[in-house]
Design a protein around this ligand. Structure first.
Ligand code: CU
Length: 138
């Protein structure tokens, strides 16, 4: 192997890395309503205990969750209800975790619709006991 060949090999790695970064950025811009990496994400944590939702450490059961139209939100739902399978969803927005088993958690990210009307969050199997309001900050 002469020196010229070695130099060519050393050049290819940064070029390949650059192409990978460009391809990744392209993929992200194709789904701007699902993942907006430019903005801040409003993080909300919800826990299920005793057939009840608790949000962001607030003691109130099934509390209203306040969102800002246009903001990006990540909701992380943790199931601490032994022996029960729960989910967390907002049917009006078409988003949710799907079933979350005891002792585990799932997250989903979405953009709050502009001009949305008040909505409801629910646990699909137990919506009579596990539901609350989604309110919009002005
Ligand atoms: Cu449930």
């Amino acid at each position: 192997m002469d020196k010229n060949t070695l130099d060519k090999k050393q050049m290819t790695f940064p070029v390949r890395l650059g192409l990978l970064v460009a391809a990744t950025a392209g993929a992200l811009t194709m789904v701007p309503h699902i993942v907006d990496t430019r903005g801040q994400t409003h993080e909300i944590r919800v826990v299920a205990k005793n057939m009840t939702y608790y949000a962001d450490g607030v003691a109130d059961p099934n509390p209203p969750i306040r969102l800002v139209p246009g903001e990006q939100v990540r909701i992380t739902f943790r199931n601490e209800d032994r022996g029960m399978a729960h989910d967390f969803g907002i049917p009006a927005f078409g988003v949710g975790t799907g079933i979350v088993d005891y002792g585990t958690e799932k997250s989903f990210v979405f953009k709050v619709p502009d001009g949305g009307s008040p909505a409801t969050y629910i646990c699909t199997p137990h919506s009579a006991m596990m539901s609350g309001s989604i309110l919009f900050a002005k």
